[in-house]
Design a protein around this ligand. Structure first.
Ligand code: G6P
Ligand code: MG
Length: 214
């Protein structure tokens, strides 16, 4: 059985993926093009600057801006996003997340966060989930972004758990791919049609059967 659970944050534990989407959509609007919820799937789990590149490609503006202008746009998006998340509370915790964390803790399973976000700490604090984690790996602690597995392997190494004994919970294709590369069990949270890289998919964490894996 598995010894460690690694959680992505946005869209798995907390309903913040919608705020990322809103902030990106606003930027696209300013640039004069439509950015749909389907486009947004490509941004999930992906770092801030890579997300911007993908968004600009959607708008056919791939080479229209200098590096400096791009940093400015990403900062603007982040300011908007930070405003959205500054007032969130435990009501934004996704269905089944809290009870799963509690049950894992009771069973003595190690729990890690593996998020690409530089805003992970403030989100965990605002929704009151900080204390469940034995280790927090986020966008500030790693240099390589998903689908590079660094954000998961660093957590496993810190906890001293072999990769094949880790379960990763993810709502993004990039994150599921990262988990599989190093032999972790890739559990998709969301819709099957979006998460073809997963070993198994549940629509919410509430449907995850803890006894089956831990
Ligand atoms: C997560 C989200 C992405 C986001 C990335 C970076 O992986 O799924 O949508 O772009 O984190 O987040 P940040 O808060 O640092 O911009
Ligand atoms: Mg996510």
């Amino acid at each position: 059985s598995y010894k460690c659970a690694i959680f992505d944050l946005d869209g798995v534990l907390v309903d913040t993926a919608k705020y990322h989407y809103l902030a990106w959509k606003e930027l696209a609007g300013k640039l004069g093009f439509e950015f749909t919820i389907e486009h947004n799937e490509m941004l999930k789990g992906v770092s801030r600057m890579t997300s911007l590149d993908i968004l600009l490609e959607v708008g056919n503006m791939k080479d229209a801006f200098s590096e400096e202008e791009k940093v400015k746009m990403a900062t603007e998006k982040n300011n908007q996003y930070v405003e959205y998340i500054s007032n969130i509370d435990e009501s934004e915790i996704l269905e089944g997340a809290l009870s799963l964390l509690q049950e894992l803790k009771q069973k003595g399973i190690k729990i890690a966060l593996g998020s690409a976000s530089k805003n992970a700490q403030i989100i965990l604090k605002n929704v009151g989930l900080e204390s469940y984690f034995d280790v927090i790996v986020d966008g500030n602690s790693v240099s390589k972004a998903k689908p590079d597995p660094e954000v998961f392997t660093l957590g496993a190494k810190t906890l001293g758990v072999p990769y094949e004994e880790c379960v990763v919970f993810e709502d993004s294709q990039a994150g599921l791919e990262a988990a599989k590369i190093v032999g972790m069990l890739a559990v998709g949270v969301g819709q099957k049609k979006d998460l073809t890289n997963a070993d198994v998919v549940y629509s919410t964490l509430k449907d995850f059967n803890i006894e089956k894996y831990f």
